[in-house]
Design a protein around this ligand. Structure first.
Ligand code: ADP
Ligand code: MG
Ligand code: ZN
Length: 468
């Protein structure tokens, strides 16, 4: 039997608004424990929340980027559960009237794009942070739990996809593209290590060709693209094994640990919960004005997925992907507009440029274009040196362009003759078929000319002279 994996993702993105979702505490990372708190986010009786306008706008903007419908009326609900990181004993979230719904995100791939439905994108507040204290630093064996409320009440957008993904690699690409989209829209720094972007993956498998949705399991709070992909693959294999042995998959939340072979069930606070959602009577429904939605729409430029698709028409998908995901495509277009060859410019940017670790914003595209265009005419060493300095203030290509490669046979021939004369043994071996020695001769000529000889001409002349 062939099995088809079915995957849906839930992604939390921390907005980088100046203040929290429902109070005026600073929304910033790293302050001393419990320094960024107030009666609202500590849930003192009688304290009233007020929705952060900026957060509402940013959620709408992300919804628009994901081609969602923006609700005329959106409602905040209370999601009730009891946990020490949740002082109100409910989280303010959205339920059946979210801000954004019915969108999509197209993931470009080498074989065309894969369109993933976006069920919804809604606003909610984050919980506080539990810090389990034990010698090992892990929950297991902890002797106490401390709560830092700084994160409590900070704004999150939750994005939920349709179960439209069918392999781990596309899921990973989707997450990377979504991350780049929110970063470019300047909504979040979406740093996985800091937890400002985290995701849950839902996985099931079904007989290939069927449309049923079988029981799924969920891996929660992953913070690495590779771990998500690995967790998905592991879970697909496990479920297939269960079905093939005649068993049934149980709906449960699993704990992914990259250092372990399997993902054991985790007892989590969400397990088999009835959240008793109801509209928060302290908050008025949100009615986004049409002019606001139009304004936010106009602020959205060409998004990374669309840029990959456009550039892949000129270059290969691979090149387009490397340029866009590396944040180099703007510089690439500028360099091409300034006259460099598209493919040559892409090669330079995605290889040497990345290796040299140069910030693309610092680069004068016109000067880089001159260098790229002259690449085969200047000595390799000069090219590399110029590239290393191309991000320096006031960089000009001119001094490097002046260092022409020596391609003139009148100049190269005497040098080549001298080297052949000085190495009769190698010359003999080369003549009798040891072709690998060509590199030796070219190397000697390069040394003699201080790296300035045109390697193509030297190759040709050495072969001619040695009668090979
Ligand atoms: P909940 O609110 O309980 O987490 P949802 O129905 O909102 O559940 O779905 C959560 C995520 O799980 C969504 O991304 C959805 O696409 C995905 N999902 C739902 N059913 C399945 C399934 N059978 N297999 C894989 N993913 C699924
Ligand atoms: Mg869920
Ligand atoms: Zn507060």
């Amino acid at each position: 039997m062939n099995w088809e994996p079915v995957i849906g993702l839930e992604i939390h993105v921390q907005l980088k608004t100046r203040t929290k979702m429902f109070c005026r505490c600073a929304n910033s990372f790293g302050g001393g424990p419990n320094t960024q708190t107030c009666p609202v986010c500590l849930a003192f009786p009688g304290a009233l929340p007020v929705a952060n306008k900026r957060a509402v706008e940013e959620c709408i903007k992300l919804g628009l980027a994901l081609e969602c419908e923006i609700a005329d009326r959106a409602v905040f609900h209370r999601k009730n559960y009891f946990y020490p990181d949740l002082p109100k004993a409910y989280q303010i979230s959205q339920y059946d009237e979210p801000l954004c719904s019915n969108g999509k995100l197209a993931v470009p791939t080498a074989d065309g794009e894969i369109v993933i439905g976006i069920t919804r994108a809604h606003l909610e507040e984050d919980a506080a942070k539990n810090v389990h204290v034990a010698a090992s630093g892990r929950l297991h064996g902890a002797t106490a739990t401390l709560v830092d409320f700084n994160r409590g009440g900070t704004p999150l957008v939750e994005i939920v996809t349709e179960p439209d993904l069918h392999d781990a690699d596309t899921a990973k690409r989707f997450l990377q593209l979504l991350r780049q989209t929110v970063v470019e829209l300047d909504l979040s720094d979406a740093e996985l290590e800091k937890g400002s972007m985290r995701f849950d993956v839902n996985v099931s498998v079904r007989p290939a060709g069927s449309n049923e949705l079988r029981t799924r399991t969920e891996l929660k709070n992953m913070n690495s693209f590779n771990f998500a992909a690995k967790g998905i693959e592991r879970e697909i294999a496990r479920q297939i094994r269960i079905y093939e042995e005649g068993g049934t998959v149980e709906q449960e939340t699993l704990h992914f640990d990259p250092t372990q072979e399997d993902s054991p069930p985790s007892r989590s606070k969400e397990e088999a919960q009835d959240y008793r959602y109801f509209p928060d009577p302290d908050l008025v429904p949100v009615h986004p004005p049409a002019e606001l939605v139009e304004k936010l729409q106009r602020e959205i430029g060409e998004l990374p997925g669309a840029r990959i698709k456009r550039i892949a028409d000129t270059l290969s998908f691979y090149d387009a992907d490397v340029l866009v995901t590396g944040g180099l495509d703007k510089l690439w277009s500028d360099v091409v507009a300034a006259g460099a060859d598209a493919k040559e410019a892409a090669n330079v940017l995605s290889n040497q440029f990345v290796a040299a670790g140069i910030a693309p914003d610092a680069v004068n595209a016109g000067e880089l274009a001159k260098l790229v265009a002259a690449r085969s005419e200047i000595p390799r060493a000069a090219f590399d040196e110029a590239l290393a300095k191309v991000g320096d203030a006031g960089f000009t290509a001119a001094p490097y362009l002046a260092q022409k490669v020596v391609a003139d046979t009148g100049e190269l021939d005497p040098i080549i003759d001298k080297i052949i004369e000085a190495n009769p043994g190698q010359a003999e071996q080369f003549r009798s078929g040891k072709d690998g020695l060509l590199g030796f001769f070219v190397g000697q000529v390069m040394k003699e000319t201080g790296g300035k000889a045109d390697p193509r001409v030297v190759n040709e002349r050495v072969r001619a002279k040695l009668g090979a």
